[in-house]
Design a protein around this ligand. Sequence first.
Ligand code: SF4
Length: 296
Amino acid sequence: MTWVERNRDQIEKIRAYVLEFGEAHPAEFEWFQAGSHPLFPLAVESDRGSALLLAYCALYQGISARKLSQFLAYLWKEYDADFFRLNKLPFDELQARVANAPGLGEWDLRGKAPGILRSVCDFFFKHGKLLPWVAQTGGEAAIQILADEIFMMGKTSEFKSKPRYFLWLLTQLPDAEPQRFWTPETLLPITPGHLRFVREFGPLKERRRSPWATPQEKLSYLNRFFRMLFPDRPWIVYAALDAYLKPAASAAMGIASEGAPSNPLRAEEKKWLCRETLGGCLQCPLAPTCPGREDV
Ligand code: SF4
């Protein structure tokens, strides 16, 4: 018997756990109009809202989501709606503003950020409204084009986490209709939370060694698990499995760092995002076998 055949009850519990996250939104959406911490006067589902999400994803590397949102808010104050014309405005002024941006610390990407922002604006000018473009292009093809055409978006990365995360964010927009662009080939990015979850509740629990040899096999393996859970809408699995034993303080559901999962139970911060979202472990279908549960 296969793992799926032997674990039908467990799979139903996992599905119930995932469905508990149905009302949750990506933390990034709180920065937009009507969010709890608005930084930008844009509706996240607007054309410019999704363009700003693309800029965020392109820059999301080696920096916390909070710092990156503050950096983008600083640029918004400097440029206002001209933010989307950065490819047409003087490059040396953009470089100076980025160099003077406060609170970035030793961000490795700071020197490349002006070029990345210009590249995102070039992309927006070339392809127009992003959601219709993705729907017309198809999910996995869109991921490849995003990676190829935007500077530092993952052209040489085997995981292509930045464009995959952008596609996932699009699935979360109100009225996005992800089935219009999420093709059978489209893959979600993977995160340490996903790996923790599959090691605890999925088929990796029974294995001493990971069954993949390459990044592509790892990506495919995890995505087969997501699709087994929800064949018609695998994107709904992302946030729930990512939140598993993830410190709530790191809140943004965050792009994947694709490395080995950290040992979460050693973390000082034990306010897990899964517990916070579900309102306590007592509400959780996985509580009976979860090593992180608390009786609250
Ligand atoms: S820590 Fe609590 S909420 Fe999170 S999976 Fe375990 S039992 Fe569920």
